[in-house]
Write a protein that binds this ligand. Structure first.
Ligand code: SF4
Length: 251
């Protein structure tokens, strides 16, 4: 990217900050809109940055940011260090902005992953900045915050949404009551909005058997999901207790 482009990106950032305060800028469907669309992307807690990925958004060449904090505590979480929302970020948003300015024409977009990206109030401002700079916006989410998801959905070009289990088994995976309600409400929002979505199910064999997976597949088809990917649990990074349970379930 040229220096002209870099200054253009800085102008985009300034516009994004100014624009978030202006009338008519916020996307529709926001629940607690003010809390969700904070005007300063520089406040994002970013735990990590992958500068090049070919798999985080199928068919696209992207960079990925991993945002700190998640309200759930899944059995198989292999990034437990991303769960605590009090952990400060280690990558400044300016570094992401600089990366994008250098990769214009090379990268298709930026994926916001986590943790749970919709937890952070600055997400909307960051997405708007990325989009106005000419990049696509991808989002990985567990659907834990449907109203926050609704507030940013108008800025998102593609969603990778985790649907972890049939509703009656959700809490056994996330450790949190009503997590199924949030996840399926988020799925409904994404489908109703017509945003391209890939639903992913990481099959936890300590909770789900094949009948449960078949049950979930039927539910997803009924809801209108066309792109559903089944993923195997990875033991790496999970707790020793979970690794033991996983080995027993696979024996
Ligand atoms: S939703 Fe994702 S980041 Fe959060 S605990 Fe579950 S696996 Fe970990």
């Amino acid at each position: 990217m040229t220096s002209h482009d870099t200054s253009a990106l800085a102008r985009v950032a300034a516009r994004a900050r100014a624009g978030a305060q202006g009338p008519g800028r916020a996307p529709s469907g926001a629940g607690r809109r003010g809390a969700v669309l904070n005007d300063d992307a520089d406040g994002l807690q970013i735990a990590g940055l992958t500068s090049l990925s070919t798999c985080d958004w199928p068919g696209r060449l992207v960079a990925t940011v991993f945002l700190q904090g998640c309200p759930w505590s899944c059995t198989y979480c292999h990034n437990p260090e991303l769960i605590d929302p009090r952990t400060p970020g280690v990558v400044p948003w300016a570094q992401v902005r600089n990366l994008l300015s250098r990769r214009a024409g090379l990268l298709d977009g930026l994926v916001f992953s986590g943790g749970e990206p919709t937890r952070q109030p600055m997400l909307g401002a960051a997405m708007r900045e990325v989009k106005e700079a000419g990049f696509g916006v991808g989002l990985h989410t567990s659907g834990a915050y449907p109203r926050r998801l609704a507030a940013v959905l108008g800025l998102v070009d593609w969603v990778g949404l985790d649907i972890k289990a049939p509703a009656d088994l959700y809490e056994a995976i996330t450790g949190v009551g009503r997590s199924a309600h949030a996840a399926f409400e988020s799925l409904r929002l994404v489908l109703d909005a017509g945003v391209p979505v890939q639903v992913r199910t990481t099959v936890d064999p300590t909770v789900l058997d094949e009948d449960d997976v078949a049950r979930l597949v039927r539910v997803l088809r009924h809801l209108g999901v066309h792109d559903h990917v089944r993923q195997e649990v990875r033991a790496l990074g999970t707790t020793p207790e979970y690794q033991e349970a996983l080995a027993a379930a696979r024996a």
